[in-house]
Design a protein around this ligand. Structure first.
Ligand code: ZN
Length: 296
């Protein structure tokens, strides 16, 4: 029993704690945030803001990786995905090289996490694997050939995959809207209010894609009064691609949209889930309610 001296036991406790800290401590989740091309002029503001809100949880270390500008030499964009747990895409632009696309597919299929924010779901209409990862997307020529239009039918209380022809992706005028939880038991949504008021944003509608292995976590009603679709549109989703986990938020058009505590907290929680398959973060005390929005 001589090994169990007080000194040895304390050393053992120290060893275990340091291992736990290495696994779950400060900034242990490595995030590659990709930007460089986007039809949103606030792209760099958004990248800085998302890096800040992820890192302030203490869970993430975010590296911003910027591609060449539109029309630039994309051969120069060859990031090493293998050093990261999660890729966050704030990118909507030129196709990547076949080599980079393949590396990205292998990263996600092999168990890497992916977070898709707003116009990142407009990107790459012709890249089959990417569209499987995002589930549904919009614009850039998407239509019924891209896959079904996925929405929630409140009367039937079920999701519909509408295969009738039509364009993929549109939105009405920006406004504040209610977000409704559709999967309250999912780790990302657990403890969040059933409904909460989101800040002024574009409410994407009529998104289309393969819509395979998609779990819609939350929807928002796109009303005819705001020139919307009249449907309950997916705004927060998870998608399974191989062994990889994808969190897709259609929210976050402008800086004022991203400052919503609902956008921030679901991004933080979604990124952790994409990396680890679980969420350890408490629901923030200033999370919006049905009647009261909240910004930071
Ligand atoms: Zn937008």
């Amino acid at each position: 029993m001589k090994y169990f001296t007080q000194k040895n036991i304390w050393f053992l406790v120290f060893l275990i704690c340091s291992r736990v800290d290495a696994a779950y401590g400060q900034g242990s989740i490595q995030v590659m945030l990709i930007d460089g091309q986007n039809n949103h002029s606030n792209m760099f503001d958004g990248s800085r803001f998302m890096k800040q809100v992820l890192e302030e949880t203490g869970l993430f270390k975010v590296d911003i990786v910027t591609t060449p500008p539109a029309g630039g030499d994309m051969a120069a964009f060859r990031p090493d995905f293998s050093r990261y747990d999660v890729v966050l895409s704030n990118y909507n632009g030129d196709p990547w090289t076949e080599q980079t696309k393949l590396a990205f597919e292998q990263f996600v299929a092999g168990g890497g996490g992916l977070v898709v924010v707003h116009a990142a779901d407009n990107a790459f209409p012709a890249w089959e694997a990417y569209n499987l990862m995002i589930g549904i997307g919009g614009w850039e020529g998407r239509d019924e050939r891209s896959g079904p239009y996925l929405y929630f039918d409140e009367h039937k209380n079920e999701f519909v995959q509408d295969i009738t022809s039509g364009k993929g992706g549109s939105h009405g005028v920006q406004h504040e809207f209610l977000v409704t939880t559709r999967d309250p038991q999912h780790p990302i949504m657990k403890g969040l209010p059933k409904e909460w008021l989101h800040q002024k944003d574009e409410l994407y509608d009529r998104l289309r894609g393969p819509a395979k292995n998609v779990t819609v976590l939350a929807t928002a009603h796109s009303t005819p009064e705001t020139k919307g679709s009249g449907r309950h549109e997916p705004v927060l989703m998870t998608i399974r691609y191989g062994k990889g986990r994808v969190f897709h938020t259609t929210l976050g058009h402008e800086n004022y949209s991203q400052k919503c505590v609902g956008f921030i907290a679901t991004l933080q929680r979604g990124a952790e889930w994409a990396a680890k398959g679980k969420v350890t973060q408490p629901v923030p005390k200033d999370f919006p309610s049905k009647d009261r929005g909240a910004v930071r």
